[in-house]
Design a protein around this ligand. Sequence first.
Ligand SMILES: *[C@@H]1O[C@H](CO)[C@@H](O)[C@H](O)[C@H]1NC(C)=O
Length: 252
Amino acid sequence: MSAKLYAFTTFLALTSALPSTLRSTLSERRAQNTECWQTNPGTQFYRCANGYVGCFATDPCALPPLASSTTIPTSTPTPEPPKVYEITKPRSFNIYVLSEAQHNVQDQVPHVDLNKPEGSRTTTTNAMVFDNVPAGAKNCQLKWRSTAPNDENNFTVSGNGQAWHRQLLGFPSGNEIVSYDGLKKYQDPNAEFSPSLDFTGWPELPGDHTGPTLNCAEQVAVELKGSDEGDQVNRVFMTLTETNGFYLSYEL
Ligand SMILES: *[C@@H]1O[C@H](CO)[C@@H](O)[C@H](O)[C@H]1NC(C)=O
């Protein structure tokens, strides 16, 4: 090979092998090439007009442009799994219908007390509302948990521990009273109480427990009552704190 031809082919090799010359400075290129040699021995740094940038063993600049290339597998982004959130400490109202005098009281308390005394066939009920559920929330579920008893936390079950729920269509607000009568306008005539909550063996079953699925809405309101079957006492008592009692979980 003549000296002239040799120089010419070398020049060709250089121009095609180093298309990055147009855009990177010499020192950048040196640094990137050093990186290529360290991470992938035998490769060089390329920055091609067709979109290839990085360390390659052979010149990728003659390949079809990246965006229109069908030979390069493109990864489809996997959708992020929904995140699960919770709302604790619902507003809670225990409703005593044990006597006419107590027929229409509002008793807002940070606990749920579903209580059927021994020999009685009447149980107290509870109405609970979770406020500010974000728009777009999905898979709303009523859950509960217990934690070691202390001044704040108490989860006590006596009797068969069966309880029922039904979701309310709304919740008393403003001057409306949360009571046996006040709840009537928010009860869904098509929704019966369903025997959905089983506290048998509590509170010796720590951890989180999943109850009924609820329709998500900005306000998720539920009415609860203990089973009124039998002559025995049936009582479910729980304080509502961050770590004890009912909470609402939802996905976003
Ligand atoms: C927990 O609540 C039940 C029902 O009200 C009560 O009888 C019991 O004394 C309470 N336990 C404690 C440790 O406060």
